[in-house]
Design a protein around this ligand. Structure first.
Ligand code: ADP
Ligand code: GLC
Length: 476
């Protein structure tokens, strides 16, 4: 089967969060049995130079190329450049709208840039004669509306990675969608008096998925539907939750070249200790104690991730022996709070502001626990990376976190610690339980349970296959 994905992110070329990891690892698995293509934007700063094949493709369909609108002229002067990444073919959209960007999001004119990109992805699906078209998040959602209106409609799937970001824009900004080459009737996409690209994707796709069954349920109600639960309920029969998988080659403590010392389940204790010792040296805190719990936190410092709840719990539980290593960037208020703690409590708290892939791996390998206090979490990947590294996740009971971490009273099934979201005392109590677990012999079984879990794509790829089949059946 020929599958074309359309996405704004793909690891390691463009990564802002989990979407990049999810799509790179899913397509790697799919490419074992299918022909897999991915359409991506080409931006100014890329994580890796693509391996170009020299082939180029048009970004506009011949029947649309004779019109005279601004959008048509932009699409006519743009093209897709083909590159290879293992067995996956990547198609980078080379356009003046993207070429200069230092990063993919947060730049002006996103309503226009991603609409043009969405058209280009739609055109590419027709040019490549894809058998399934799979778009991700609001950035490529309009391509599904174009697909639905197409004379040569291709079975389609829309995956929602995060409903908090919807690409909603005032109508005065989106009038161009009525013109060539889009020719869309946009009134069905109205939501709160704005044109909502996410809603367009939900209404137009053959099938819809999100990245965990738990999050699927949450999005069918408010507040986690972020205003769109009514549309998701309308499409409820075509809406499935499929848990993300992880790339077990990229995230494997036994072969990870980014960590100080590799280790397997047999030698996890020695391996972690060495990684902890060397991490403390690298971050300039060689005096930090090795025999107390080290808790790692990594992520975008945004509302979603719930860091203020952690800060409150941390201050309330100052008596605990835990040490903390935090990596992330985002909201200034949270960054400043972390800088402050790092400054006034250097023996307890370390904060690295920024994005650092290699440090993320080192923190996973060195930490005893990994904290994710999210207020909502469509899937979350770090709890699964933590399992692979024998690092006990402490997570809030939301979305994909509650689907993957179990604080069972039966030690055979325990794979982490779970607390109630947005609740500092519940989080504080979880930190107390972490201490008890760290100093008990139970920790051996828990680490073994976790390191033996299989979070790879092998089974979950099949779940995508069956949703693709549903989308295909719909058009028969
Ligand atoms: P989200 O996509 O909501 O940000 P996920 O848990 O799905 O959350 O994925 C986040 C990914 O981004 C993980 O691989 C995490 O390690 C990585 N990440 C987030 N912030 C940073 C950072 N500052 N440095 C390195 N990696 C980061
Ligand atoms: C989003 C979500 C995250 C999920 C990722 C990959 O960014 O916030 O929970 O893991 O997408 O699907």
């Amino acid at each position: 089967m020929k599958i074309l994905h359309a996405s704004a992110e793909y690891f390691p070329y463009i990564k802002m969060g989990g979407l990049a990891d999810m799509l790179a690892s899913l397509t790697k698995e799919q490419a074992k049995t299918e022909e897999v293509y991915v359409a991506l934007p080409l931006i100014g700063t890329m994580g890796k130079e693509p391996k170009w094949t020299g082939k180029e493709y048009k970004a506009i369909l011949p029947e649309d190329a004779n019109e005279t609108t601004m959008a048509v002229s932009l699409l006519s002067s743009a093209k897709f450049l083909e590159a290879e990444e293992s067995d996956v073919k990547l198609y980078f959209f080379d356009s003046e709208l993207f070429r200069h960007l230092p990063s993919i999001y947060g730049q002006a004119e996103e309503h226009y840039r991603f609409a043009i990109f969405s058209y280009a992805c739609y055109a590419l699906s027709q040019i490549l004669k894809a058998e399934v078209f799979h778009a991700h998040d609001w950035h490529t959602a309009l391509s599904l509306a174009l697909q639905k209106n197409s004379p040569k409609i291709i079975p389609s799937l829309f995956t929602i990675h995060n409903l908090a970001y919807q690409g909603d824009h005032p109508h005065w900004m989106t009038g161009f969608l009525k013109e060539d080459p889009f020719r869309l009737v946009t009134s069905p996409f109205d939501h709160n008096e704005k044109c909502n690209y996410m809603k367009a994707g939900i209404l137009s796709a053959g099938q819809i998925t999100t990245v965990s069954p738990g999050y699927r349920e949450e999005t069918l109600r408010e507040p986690n539907g972020f205003g769109l639960s009514y549309v998701l309920n309308k499409r409820g029969n075509d809406y499935t939750g499929i848990l993300n998988g992880i790339d077990a080659e990229e995230w494997n403590p036994d072969s990870d070249e980014r960590i100080f010392q590799t280790y397997s389940v047999k030698h996890w204790k020695e391996g972690k200790r060495k990684n902890k010792e060397l991490l403390f040296q690298e971050i300039g805190r060689p005096h930090l104690p090795l025999d107390v719990p080290l808790i790692g936190l990594i992520g975008r410092l945004t509302y979603q991730k719930g860091f203020p709840t952690f800060l409150q719990a941390f201050l309330e539980r100052r008596h605990l022996p835990h040490r903390y290593v935090v990596l992330g960037s985002g909201d200034t208020e949270t960054e400043n709070a972390f800088f402050h703690l790092s400054d006034v409590m250097p023996d307890v708290f370390y904060f690295y502001r920024g994005y650092n892939e290699s440090l993320a791996h080192k923190i996973e390998a060195a930490s005893d626990f990994f904290l994710m206090p999210s207020l909502f979490e469509p899937c979350g990947l770090n709890q699964m990376y933590s399992h692979a590294y024998g690092t006990i996740p402490i997570v809030s009971r939301v979305g994909g976190l509650k689907d993957t971490v179990e604080e069972s009273s039966d030690i055979r099934f325990k794979t982490g610690i779970v607390f109630e979201p947005n609740d500092a005392s519940s989080l504080g109590y979880a930190l107390e339980r972490a201490k008890d677990l760290y100093f008990s012999t139970e920790i051996e079984s828990v680490v073994k349970n976790m390191m033996n879990l299989d979070w790879t794509w092998t089974k979950r790829k099949l779940e995508y296959d069956s949703v693709y089949q549903k989308a295909i059946e719909l058009l028969k």
